[in-house]
Design a binder for this molecule. Structure first.
Ligand SMILES: Cc1cc2nc3c(=O)[nH]c(=O)nc-3n(C[C@H](O)[C@H](O)[C@H](O)COP(=O)(O)OP(=O)(O)OC[C@H]3O[C@@H](n4cnc5c(N)ncnc54)[C@H](O)[C@@H]3O)c2cc1C
Length: 219
């Protein structure tokens, strides 16, 4: 943030409604007062709130890939340095991943579940995950033992987002919000950055004439 000038950051808030006129976008927030903007660019990820408001329910655009992903931080007890070690068999993968030789690493699980898992029920997630990985030796019992005390925790269904178009009037989506390739692709961060870079460049070149560029933003 120290490198960005002329930009206002608002934390702890979220968009509640978006309505458009030919010249402006009127935005209501959950916490602060209503504001008007020239454009709204939704970069709010796989479960995008902006997409839901401006384009419709997530179920219209999501493609479930049939497995769940869980990730959390554990101590780097294997002393890994920029290395991933992985146990893999059909329907269940476990990995320990180090981006550099830090004191902590990420424990990662990708598995096919025998039931639908409630993405807001952590107790059920951990119970199904633990049960799915029964009988595996390797580092799995150690990693599972650290799950309940981890300082962070991620759990979601692996999914893609597919849309025919990424703009709706003065509202546009970038990154996972518009075209999530899923964590399985290993390309989501690059796609998000490149999409934002291209959009910013085109908007700057257009000097405010956003329409031709937005209408070209299709799959
Ligand atoms: C387990 C896992 C492993 C991955 N591995 C890789 C990899 O190896 N390589 C790779 O390139 N990509 C990987 N990805 C994918 C990558 O993380 C994403 O594609 C990338 O982060 C997308 O960036 P984004 O900015 O579009 O969305 P996000 O990074 O999801 O950012 C969205 C932001 O919007 C905020 N937000 C959401 N809703 C609201 C709201 N209502 N109000 C306000 N703010 C909101 C969120 O808090 C978040 O900060 C992985 C993803 C996962 C889950």
């Amino acid at each position: 943030m120290d490198f960005v000038s002329d930009t206002e950051f608002i934390f702890g808030d979220s968009i509640r409604t978006i309505s458009q006129s030919p010249d402006r976008v009127h935005v209501e927030f959950t916490e602060s007062g209503p504001r008007e903007f020239a454009l709204v660019i939704g970069a709010d990820g796989l479960h995008s709130n902006v997409r839901a408001i401006a384009f419709g329910d997530e179920s219209r655009f999501v493609r479930d890939l049939g497995l769940y992903l869980c990730m959390y931080t554990v101590p780097n007890y294997l002393k890994l340095d920029r290395t991933e070690v992985q146990y893999s068999e059909l329907g269940r993968v476990a990995a320990i991943w180090s981006s550099r030789g830090d004191a902590s690493v990420k424990a990662c699980f990708g598995f096919v579940a025998p039931c639908v898992i409630d993405l807001r029920n952590r107790a059920q997630q951990q119970q199904v995950l633990t049960s799915a990985y029964q009988g595996i030796g390797w580092e799995v019992p150690t990693l599972l033992g650290m799950m309940s005390t981890a300082s962070d925790y991620y759990f979601d269904a692996a999914a893609q987002i597919r849309m025919d178009r990424w703009s709706q009037g003065r509202v546009v989506l970038v990154g996972d919000a518009g075209y999530c390739a899923s964590p399985m692709s290993g390309q989501g961060a690059s796609l998000a950055l490149i999409g934002a870079y291209v959009l910013a460049g085109e908007l700057a070149a257009a000097s405010g004439a956003y329409r031709p560029h937005f209408s070209n933003m299709k799959r």
